[in-house]
Ligand binder design. Sequence first.
Ligand SMILES: NC(=O)c1ccc[n+]([C@@H]2O[C@H](COP(=O)([O-])OP(=O)(O)OC[C@H]3O[C@@H](n4cnc5c(N)ncnc54)[C@H](OP(=O)(O)O)[C@@H]3O)[C@@H](O)[C@H]2O)c1
Length: 317
Amino acid sequence: MASGSMIPCVTLNTGHAMPVLGFGTGSSRTPEDLPATILHAVRLGYRHLDTASLYGTEAAVGAAVAAAVSSGAVASRADLFVTSKLWIADAHPGRVVPALRESLGRLGLDYLDLFLVHWPVARDDDDEEKKSRLVPFDMEGVWRGMEECHRLGLAKAIGVSNFSAAKMAKLIDLAQVPPAVNQVEMNVGWRQEKLREVCAVNGVVVTAFSPLGAHGSDWGSNAVMESDVLRDVAATRGKTIAQVALRWLHEQGVGFVARSFNKERMKQNMDIFDWELNEDDKENIMQIPQRRACQGEYFVSPNGPYKSLQEFWDGEI
Ligand SMILES: NC(=O)c1ccc[n+]([C@@H]2O[C@H](COP(=O)([O-])OP(=O)(O)OC[C@H]3O[C@@H](n4cnc5c(N)ncnc54)[C@H](OP(=O)(O)O)[C@@H]3O)[C@@H](O)[C@H]2O)c1
């Protein structure tokens, strides 16, 4: 990892280092010159870039990586940690390795640092609207494909996303290569205590997505950015609400992927590693009501493999 980076790393169960703060690129509104925006983030010190086949940002991430190396912002590709994700249309045993190769083609890279199963869901066609075409998710078959990606050296680490504690336990039981990461919704308004316990016992790093509650997105919540508790803590600490929210995650020992395409805010979001919350702050934050915002209701239907949100999240909702 690049020396001089201000963002600390966590060591994955594969032995390699993942910067705890990732730069999110999943958004319904991306700037026109996304590669330049991502390159700017790298210049500021971001070293972990989070993308997915779904987001349509793999090519921009790849272009930014190439520009970061050619401009000397980093010494080599190895100084960057790139995560991408397997979309549900490819969540079939025979599709995992080809899908990763396609992602790598869009990125212009020969390996990913981390490849995640995006959701525990499989779809048998490419049409976003057809809920009826969801088919049962073959966890073991898909994971064998992920293990093959790892064995081939195409993904240095493999993991999952949006897996409940119950699904994690099942995966850990069947895995020959254990998952390194579970990337899930986590923030002060959804603390994921049960899941974090299962992951900790099994050496799986939890990475929080939507650390600011996906504020401003269609499904996002105001629970973080409009929290009175965080507003008070921020005022006493002389920090912003976003910084308090991200610092809290850091103190929980998890990784987190934040997204800002605004130069000032992307800088602000990195500026959380040289101060601490005090006991009162932490106690107050524990009083924030809990609610899962990213529920995945589009994966639930009366005729589909998941018939209710309770079933989809194994009661963890
Ligand atoms: N695995 C999954 O299923 C999954 C799901 C969702 C997200 N993700 C990943 O996680 C990343 C982050 O999550 P997210 O995009 O949902 O939401 P988020 O990071 O919680 O929130 C993003 C929103 O907060 C604003 N923001 C960022 N920094 C701010 C600051 N310092 N002050 C005020 N507002 C600020 C951004 O606006 P500006 O750009 O204007 O600053 C944007 O509207 C995604 O980009 C994606 O890479 C993964």
